[in-house]
Design a protein around this ligand. Sequence first.
Ligand SMILES: Cc1cc2nc3c(=O)[nH]c(=O)nc-3n(C[C@H](O)[C@H](O)[C@H](O)COP(=O)(O)OP(=O)(O)OC[C@H]3O[C@@H](n4cnc5c(N)ncnc54)[C@H](O)[C@@H]3O)c2cc1C
Length: 287
Amino acid sequence: MIPGSFVYHRPTSVGEAIGLLAGLGEEARPLAGGHSLIPMMKLRLATPEHLVDLAGIADLRGIRADGGDIIIGAMTTQHEIVGSDLLAAQIPILRETSLLIADPQVRYVGTIGGNVANGDPGNDMPAVMMCLGARYQVVGNSGERSIPARDFYQGTYLTALRPGEILAAIRIPVPAAGHGFAYEKLKRKVGDYATAAAAVVLTMNGGAIAACSIGLTNVASTPLWAEEAAKVLIGSTLDAATVKQAVAAAEAFTSPAADARGPAHYRTKMAGVMLARALATAKGRAR
Ligand SMILES: Cc1cc2nc3c(=O)[nH]c(=O)nc-3n(C[C@H](O)[C@H](O)[C@H](O)COP(=O)(O)OP(=O)(O)OC[C@H]3O[C@@H](n4cnc5c(N)ncnc54)[C@H](O)[C@@H]3O)c2cc1C
C-alpha cells in the first residue's frame, strides 16, 4: 500500500522541530526511523498531513554518562545501542533487548526514542525502561518535562506526550555493579513482536535477593511494571516456591488480548514462563 500524501519537513534543531509541530498542529507527527509510523501510514491507520523528520538534529543523538545515569538521545538507533561499549559495561540488558528487536535492517534505522514514544505495547524497550526506572526527557513549546517511564504509558498508542512535544532523551540510572539482568522474549519467528516477554534486573546479597524490578511486554494494553511480583522475591534465594508465587502475581497483573500470537490465557502463561526464565538467568549473572 502507498501512504497518503504529506508534506515533509527536516528541521536541524530541537527548537525548530517543536516550533514546526506547534505551528502545524495535530496534523503533524514527528518522524524518527519510520519503522512503525511508515507501515501505519501504508495501512492508512495513520494519515498525518505533515511529517517532521528528526533525523537532521544532531543534539538528539548519542549515548553518554552523566553522574550515576546514562543519557541516550532519542534518535540513537537500536544498532548503535547494540554496539555501545558504555551500555555493554553498565546497562547490558539494553544490548540484550535490542538484539531481540526485529532484524538488523530494522535496527539500523529504528530509534530508541521511536520505540518508547510509539505507545505500542508490543515494543520491547518500554517494559525494559520501566524495569530500569528510566525517565523520559520531553520538550515542547511550553518547556521541558521529565516523565518516569513507569507513568508514561496510558493505553495502546496513548502516552503522556502532549501534542507538539518530542521526546529528546532517556535518562537511565545505572543499576548497581554486579547486578543480574535478563530479557526473555517468546516470539513466533525471528523478527516477530513478543507473544510475551519479561525484563528482570536484580541484585543479590549473601545469596538472597536484595532488590528486584520486573517489566512485562505485550501482555496488556500498555507495558507493565510488575511491582508486586518483584516484592514477593525480596529476601528469597529464588527458591522454587517463591518463584512460583512471584510468577502467579505477575500473571494476575496481565490482561492480554487474544490475537494471532495466541489466546489470552496462553499469553498470560507465557509471561509467567518468560519471567521464571528471566529470574533464573538474572540470578546466574549476578555477582
Ligand atoms: C518488520 C518489523 C519488525 C519489528 N519488530 C519489532 C520488535 O520485535 N520489537 C520492537 O520493539 N519493535 C519492532 N519493530 C518496530 C521498530 O523497533 C521501530 O523502529 C520502532 O517501534 C519505532 O522506532 P522508529 O525510530 O522507527 O520510529 P517511527 O516509526 O518514526 O515513529 C514511531 C512513533 O513514535 C513517534 N516518535 C518517534 N520519535 C519520537 C520522538 N523523539 N518524540 C516524540 N515522538 C516520536 C512518531 O511520531 C510515531 O508516532 C519492528 C518493525 C518492523 C518494520
